[in-house]
Design a protein around this ligand. Structure first.
Ligand code: COA
Length: 176
């Protein structure tokens, strides 16, 4: 039987969504990617985080579902209201798919959905950054024509070691 896959922008939680997001987040934190938590937060704190994502106007939440359950997510973040000069740029963050749901094209689907939404919302550019260790994500971004413009040698500090980070942009109003 083939799995049902869906990508959507989430504006309210359906039954089971918040639990699924919390479980996926805990999994991502356990392997130390996708979020900047190092120590596992309480379930209450993770729930509060996701409720906050839906509440704050500068964040838009996108989710990937496999057989109706949320298994992946990413956010599009708008610049702060005082940053009129940078209002053309949206930032993609907190992007991951849980390990058992990988390889179904969900991450590519999320990235395309966010890019289409950003373009139709009037953004001219997307930015994102990623640890140099995230080879699957880097391959996805580069195949989606994101351009690497910089490397920060001290991007994250995990288990007593610095990890470098790569910075990317993609113009939404120009073919690359
Ligand atoms: C990166 C990630 C989101 C990909 O999720 P996914 O649903 O398996 O990806 P898809 O099935 O949509 O694959 C899309 C592309 O990703 C790349 N990719 C996926 N898995 C890969 C792997 N193991 N090695 C290399 N490239 C890979 C490929 O370019 C692939 O395109 P292709 O299928 O045309 O070859 C997932 O591996 C993940 O959550 N990783 C940990 C979190 C992370 O690194 N997040 C990003 C920044 S914080």
């Amino acid at each position: 039987m083939t799995n049902k896959t869906e990508i959507e922008r989430l504006t309210e939680f359906r039954p089971g969504d918040l639990d699924a997001l919390c479980e996926a987040t805990e999994e991502a934190i356990a392997v130390s990617i996708g979020f900047d938590w190092i120590n596992m937060p309480s379930r209450q704190m993770v729930e509060k985080y996701w409720r906050g994502v839906l509440l704050v106007p500068e964040r838009e939440l996108f989710v990937a579902r496999l057989d109706n359950a949320i298994v992946g997510t990413c956010q599009l973040v708008r610049p702060a209201v005082n940053n009129e000069a940078g209002a053309f740029n949206g930032t993609i963050t907190a992007f991951f798919v849980v390990p058992y749901a990988r390889g179904h094209g969900l991450a590519r689907g999320l990235l395309e959905r966010v890019s289409d939404h950003a373009r139709s919302s009037g953004y001219k550019m997307l930015s994102l950054d990623v640890r140099e260790t995230q080879t699957a994500a880097i391959s996805l971004y580069e195949s989606a024509k994101f351009v690497r413009w910089g490397t920060k040698p001290r991007y994250a500090f995990v288990d007593g070691k610095y990890i470098a980070g790569f910075f990317y942009f993609k113009m939404l109003d120009q073919e690359q």
